[in-house]
Design a protein around this ligand. Structure first.
Ligand code: CTP
Length: 400
């Protein structure tokens, strides 16, 4: 099979240097990438870098290799165009159909999905001109990722930070596989929990679990791509912040519970992908527990944590709210799943088999989604994004 053809447009912002990582992710996963920088982008990262990393010639103007008609050909042959970073100027040109260099010509000739990953100062992102340009591009079917919030060039912080290259890559992969997402969750608020809780024993030790948070982050990212307002409640996940998502970080099951109850108040759906510790140490030692040479270690007494999934399923914060649970089972997976679905009282339960090397920390997953209505939706082995999309398909159908 031919490698998918990606055009990576780079416009003139300091985040241009981070586009190198995006390029590497594409090339290492079997994509053929043609980099088309603007002349200003070359002030930040030179043509030699883009050419060496992509294995293709690089030019900014339509006047190089004119016999190959690059201003038409590059766009026509692309399976995906992603502009990262997209400056306010580039978004304005794209919205108005200007074509004064190779990148803007490519944007006019491309008929494939186009993704913009903006990066600029907060004032520029919030300016009515930029707002209207972004709305125009989205109306025409382009994907404009929400910039992240955080440190900008210099000492200032705010919205406008370049989204994490790993996040942009995942979204592009999704668009290549399934096309531009339908905004079927637009106007909806969804709450997703991710990661694993840590129950402290003393100031240096905790009881925890192997959950990486990847499935929950995939759920948050795909819901945002489908237009939802997303609150991601993350317990101890060492993952980049997903763009366009409200992130709440927690440590323990009690903190997770408080955050879920707060966010669920106006939520259309709550998806409990976090691995919540069922027990916590009965006593928290304020000083480090020391070993005593002449004594056996004292047993650790445990108490039950609240079952958050059962609690929110029993007392829905609003009528019609959809609650989704996850079940990690090691044997007799479906029978345990059915029983757990009834016990917890949720609408959907994603059942997957776990083991030391299965599911936890992996990039891929295999599951069956059980419905309270008796439905069973198998999801074949594949990326955690694919399972996330199936969960949202089932949630969206129930919300309708
Ligand atoms: N969960 C929760 N609160 C807890 C424990 C689990 O909300 N205190 C949620 C998880 O987020 C997950 C689901 O419940 O969505 C299933 O968790 P699991 O640990 O598999 O189920 P348990 O009820 O602990 O059942 P068992 O220990 O018998 O496997």
């Amino acid at each position: 099979m031919d490698k998918p053809k990606v055009v990576l447009g780079v416009s003139g912002g300091i985040a241009a240097y981070k586009a190198g990582e995006l390029l590497r992710r594409f090339t290492e996963s079997g994509h053929d990438v043609r980099v088309v920088p603007t002349a200003s982008a070359l002030h930040f990262v030179g043509a030699a870098t883009w050419s060496a990393l992509s294995g293709h010639p690089v030019s900014t103007e339509v006047w190089d290799d004119v016999h190959e008609v690059p201003h038409v050909r590059i766009g026509q042959h692309a399976d995906l165009v992603v502009v990262a970073p997209a400056t306010a100027d580039l978004l304005a040109k794209a919205a108005h159909g200007l074509a004064d260099d190779l990148l803007t010509n490519t944007l006019l000739t491309a008929r494939c999905p186009v993704v913009f990953a903006p990066a600029m100062h907060t004032e520029m992102w919030e300016h009515p001109a930029t707002r209207e340009n972004v709305a125009t591009l989205r109306r025409r079917g382009a994907v404009v990722i929400e910039p992240a919030v955080g440190r900008l060039t210099g000492a200032d912080t705010g919205k406008g930070r370049f989204p994490d290259p790993a996040e942009i890559f995942e979204l592009c992969r999704r668009v290549l596989a399934r096309g531009v997402p339908e905004p079927d969750l637009a106007g909806r608020h969804v709450v997703v929990t991710a990661g694993g809780t840590r129950e402290p024993l003393d100031p240096v030790r905790f009881l925890g679990n192997r959950s990486s948070g990847k499935q929950g982050y995939a759920l948050a990212r795909t819901a945002a791509a489908r237009g939802a307002r997303v609150t991601l409640i993350s317990a101890n996940a060492a993952l980049p912040d997903p763009a366009g998502v409200d992130l709440v970080t927690v440590g323990t099951a009690e903190e997770l519970r408080a955050a879920v109850l707060k966010a669920a108040g106006d939520a259309d759906a709550v998806v409990m992908a976090a691995a919540v510790a069922d027990f916590r140490p009965a006593v928290y030692a304020t000083g480090k527990i020391k070993k005593q040479d002449d004594q056996e270690p004292a047993p650790i007494a445990l108490v039950r944590n609240p079952d958050i999934l059962a609690e929110i399923s029993a007392r829905r914060a609003r009528p019609g709210q959809i609650v989704v649970g996850f079940a990690a089972e090691t044997d007799d997976v479906l029978a345990h799943g059915r029983a757990k679905l009834r016990r917890k009282g949720c609408d959907l339960l994603v059942v997957n088999e776990v083991g030391e090397r299965k599911t936890f920390g992996a990039e891929e997953n295999e599951a069956v989604v059980l419905g309270a209505d008796g439905s069973e939706t198998p999801v074949p082995y594949g990326p955690k994004e694919a399972l996330a999309e199936t969960v949202w398909d089932l949630v969206a159908a129930r919300l309708d």
